[in-house]
Design a protein around this ligand. Structure first.
Ligand SMILES: C[S@@+](CC[C@H](N)C(=O)[O-])C[C@H]1O[C@@H](n2cnc3c(N)ncnc32)[C@H](O)[C@@H]1O
Length: 327
């Protein structure tokens, strides 16, 4: 599955080029083996400058290297763990757990009701970072005992920290270092938070196609809503809540890179998947809807999911009703 995580491989063009996230550039792993690859600081600085981001280049210039100019992997890990810890506070404030549960509860009700796949079920959080979502679901036992909770991340340091936190909290969940799509056991449902905008160009479609081609019944991926307010909202939020300049920088760049509703619905329309967007732009209050999910279900699950959602099903929109919802 090489090339999916290609935030670092973005082409540079004229004006429309998005800034790059520093955290995508300062670590590198072989997507097949999971092995850490050395990253040269001057190469990261060169790429950021070529992208017109002098501020980001200055942040990276302050990171320690060895005598060959390779970024110190331990210092990078410590930095990313601390930035993700601050990110977890944002997830708490934005009530990401509750918002995911609002959809996942009805989704598992629909899966259980249709009986196509018997339990136990498996929920896989793709790019779980410090595993906040999985740990929250385990702590609340909100999905029921028949749902196994698994967090997966390509970054060994983040997922190692997630595992330690889960053990310290005595939680019934597990964390795996590796590619979420190379697990020996298939997921019933894939979820993620804050991951989609990292996949650019064809990599976004490939991300959804891999899930469509797996035995999974559904996916539900939350990411920043691409509203006009998103970059300024992200700036205020990250300024107020994050201390490290890297976290502040990447938070704003994430909002700038957020995919539009149209892009997500079209990329998620993989074979055997009914793509649906919850709270699309126009149907949502941009002051409240900071993150919204793109959902994909096997077609037979749409009707039972809508029934299980009750009145909230009106907020679930397919590609054919997107324009209408925006009016
Ligand atoms: C911005 S972080 C988001 C972390 C977390 N979801 C959160 O909200 O705090 C994105 C993470 O996705 C991971 N990632 C990207 N593609 C992945 C894949 N195919 N399998 C596992 N992890 C992946 C990266 O290693 C990175 O740590």
């Amino acid at each position: 599955m090489g090339g999916w995580w290609d935030g670092a491989g973005e082409a540079v063009g004229f004006r429309l080029v998005h800034r790059l996230e520093i955290s995508d550039l300062i670590t590198a792993v072989d997507p097949h083996t999971g092995d850490r690859l050395p990253v040269r600081r001057d190469e990261v600085i060169r790429r950021l400058r070529a992208n017109g981001d002098e501020h980001a280049a200055k942040i990276v210039a302050g990171l320690p290297t060895d005598q060959d100019g390779v970024l110190d992997p331990r210092a990078v890990d410590r930095l990313l763990i601390s930035v993700h810890t601050e990110l977890q506070r944002l997830s708490e404030e934005l009530r990401i757990g509750e918002r995911l549960l609002h959809l996942l509860g009805p989704l598992f009700t629909a899966i259980r009701a249709t009986g196509g796949q018997s339990g136990p079920y498996r929920l896989v959080d793709v790019g779980c970072g410090l595993g906040y979502l999985i740990r929250w679901l385990a702590a609340t036992n909100a999905l029921g005992a028949d749902v196994e909770l698994v967090g997966v991340d390509l970054d060994a340091a983040l997922v190692g920290e997630a595992e330690q936190l889960a053990r310290a909290e005595g939680l019934d969940c597990r964390f795996v270092h590796g590619n979420a799509f190379d697990l020996p056991q298939a997921a019933t449902v894939y979820v993620s938070t804050g991951v989609l905008h990292h996949f650019r160009g064809p990599a976004l479609g490939e991300f959804f196609q891999a899930q469509a081609a797996s035995p999974a019944q559904a996916f539900c991926h939350f990411d920043i809503a691409a509203t006009r307010l998103a970059p300024i909202g992200a700036w205020i939020f990250h300024r107020a809540r994050m201390r490290h300049p890297l976290g502040r920088h990447d938070g704003v760049v994430s909002a700038e890179r957020a995919h539009s509703d149209e892009t997500l619905l079209s990329a998620a329309a993989a074979p055997g998947i009914r793509p649906l967007l919850y709270e699309p732009r126009g149907a949502a209050n941009p002051f409240c809807t900071t993150l919204r999910p793109i959902i994909g279900v096997r077609p037979h699950l749409e009707a039972p999911l809508r029934r299980a959602l009750g009145r909230a099903e009106r907020r679930l929109v397919g590609p054919e009703h997107l324009a209408e919802a925006a009016r």
